[in-house]
Design a binder for this molecule. Structure first.
Ligand code: NAP
Length: 293
């Protein structure tokens, strides 16, 4: 790639405040590696300007964007079409401009699953516990449902929100046994039975200190723990799990794989996943503060 020309296709990310994002590093590196005439730029879009911004994507013939906080749900009604996955999850993290039609996708779900499989964990016929009931929890829940998990327990602060995740799971795969619980309940048996435990809450980021949503006494060596957080690299949950002999990974793999899926949607070309991961790791090490994607 020799720089931006009149034919360069523009992609990017819309979010607010979007102070920090590592996505430009990953995508611009990937475009270079694949020698594609594309560029990826951040667009700071305040919630009150979302509708105009989406119109702007059409008007400016932008090829596609990632969508991050706080627009992932609000953007749904502004698009011309939605993938099955984004309908199930009720959130869009990628828009593709298909001949003037803006189609919404959710690559968080596939990104999580691809990362899990890359880590050697096949969720088929397994029992999973999901902590959290927000957008990421729903993406994880749908991924696990589609991959044929046997049983999923959803634990949240709000019973209503946990119920909404259950509904998404049921639509994705009606054969799965789903339990919804709150953190106030006795969770000993749920954690004991869970083979995979996914933290889809922000608990574990610096601000939450050493707070553990899974009591230490409930973690054992047979667990596989997936913490969606990727900074700090080792959260309190990951540290505790490793001390108990369990396998534990952070959310870096999901971040890379959701980006790789978006790259494929925009370009039709497979993503250079290893190079994207290296760009991300380099960005994290050189002190770039991460945002949501
Ligand atoms: P979200 O929609 O705001 O949902 C956050 C969830 O966490 C909600 O269920 C919330 O409960 C719960 N929660 C917040 N603080 C809590 C606490 N102190 N105790 C128990 N539950 C708490 O956010 P999201 O988009 O789902 O993201 C969740 C996490 O996943 C974030 O850390 C985000 O950075 C990470 N993430 C990572 C990736 C990746 O690629 N690795 C992708 C997406 C998200 P209430 O509803 O009761 O507030």
């Amino acid at each position: 790639m020799n720089g931006i020309t009149g034919t360069t296709k523009i992609t990017g990310i819309i979010g607010y405040p979007l102070t920090y994002t590592l996505s430009p590093l990953m995508h611009n590196r990937a475009f270079n590696i694949r020698n594609l005439d594309y560029v990826y730029v951040p667009f700071v879009v305040e919630p009150k300007n979302l509708k105009n911004a989406v119109e702007g994507l059409r008007a400016l013939n932008i090829k596609g964007v990632n969508v991050t906080m706080p627009h992932k749900e609000a953007v749904l009604s502004l698009l011309d079409g939605l993938s099955e996955q984004s309908k199930l999850i009720g959130a869009v993290n990628t828009i593709n401009n298909e001949d003037g039609h803006l189609i919404g996708y959710n690559t968080d779900s596939t990104g999580f699953l691809n990362s899990l499989v890359e880590e050697g964990f096949d969720p088929a016929d397994k029992t999973a516990v999901i902590l959290g009931t927000g957008g990421a929890a729903k993406a994880v829940a749908v991924a696990l449902a589609q991959a044929g998990a046997r049983e999923i327990a959803v634990i949240g602060r709000s019973a209503e929100k946990a119920q909404a995740v259950k509904t998404s799971i049921a639509v994705a795969n009606r054969y799965i046994l789903v339990k919804t619980l709150t953190f106030q309940e006795n969770l000993a048996d749920i954690f004991k039975k869970g083979e995979l435990i996914v933290n889809a809450t922000p608990v574990g980021m610096k601000e939450s200190g050493d707070l553990l949503l899974v009591p230490l006494k409930y973690i054992n060596a047979a667990h596989f723990i997936y913490d969606l957080i990727y900074t700090p690299e080792e959260t309190a949950l990951i540290k505790a799990a490793r001390e108990k002999g369990a396998r534990a990974v952070n959310g870096l793999g999901m971040l890379v794989h959701q980006a790789a899926e978006a790259f494929k949607i925009w370009t039709g070309v497979s993503a250079p996943i290893d190079e994207m991961r290296q760009a991300l790791i380099h960005g994290l090490k050189s002190g770039e503060q991460p945002g949501n994607v």
